[in-house]
Design a protein around this ligand. Sequence first.
Ligand code: R5P
Length: 309
Amino acid sequence: MHCIKPTLLYFDDEQASAERLALAANLNLACIERHRFPDEEIKLRLPHTLPDRVVVMRSLHQPNEKLLELLLTCQTARQLGAKHLVLVAPYLGYMRQDKAFQSGEAISQEIIGRFLAQLFDAIITVDPHLHRVKLLQQAIPATQAIAISAAPLLSDVIAARRTNPILIGPDEESLQWVSIAAARHHFEFSVCRKIRLGDHAVQIKLPQISVLGRHVVLMDDVASTGQTFASTAQLLGGAGAKSLAVAVTHALFAQDAIQKIRRAGVQEIWSTDSIPHASNVIYLASCLADAIGKIYGELEFTSKRQDFS
Ligand code: R5P
């Protein structure tokens, strides 16, 4: 059934990462053509025939229009012959709003999660922001939902660039990533406590651990306004850190985030290519390719089992 190579569909703003993934996962590559009408509606054009297995790559930062693109893409892909659709979304937006903090608020994680699960058979992402929900499949109830962690790769970069560093997470949620990265190279680590006062304001309390004269690496899943890293870096500088660096999976870095973080004393910023950015030093293609291989392996296994039953 699966003798034809799967096709990876991508959009032109993600060409470089799509090429890396197609190479790593041995996929045919096809760009989805996009036309924007004067009134802002969009028209998409896919290749006129598709194999039964199709992977769609779309990192969901600045996600609003991309969600519409995915709706148009999936329905068209199925009409053109696709029977199994995988979404590779290295950054998965809308995961932070996982409950109604005030009555009447939309629980975006649940709504977007269900939307994606209706479109795709399988979903692959990297360090999704899961807090109250533990498993990706609870947030996105697709048949297969794989969350890869970039923490080991970030840990390797830190080990290559800093001697005897100390890792600091800016809030309690970051413990899940910081602890994995620390364990890999036996780094010391701790996490701060954070109270978010608004989109651009946070209050940070440093942990008890001494950073005096130490190379400190701040680590988190995502940086958006940069306020979390900037406030934490300022306190760590005041506590005597010898150097300050940032290691982050998703480089959202909205508006003047980078300048804000640098002004707070951070000398280096390292990120993965889940979102294209000048700070990217880690390519996720081979991890994503492994996850695609796993999905196709399970698919073959299930279809063989069905053939024999
Ligand atoms: C939330 O807890 C996340 O892990 C990040 O700490 C947060 O999104 C960073 O946001 P910002 O850069 O806007 O402070």
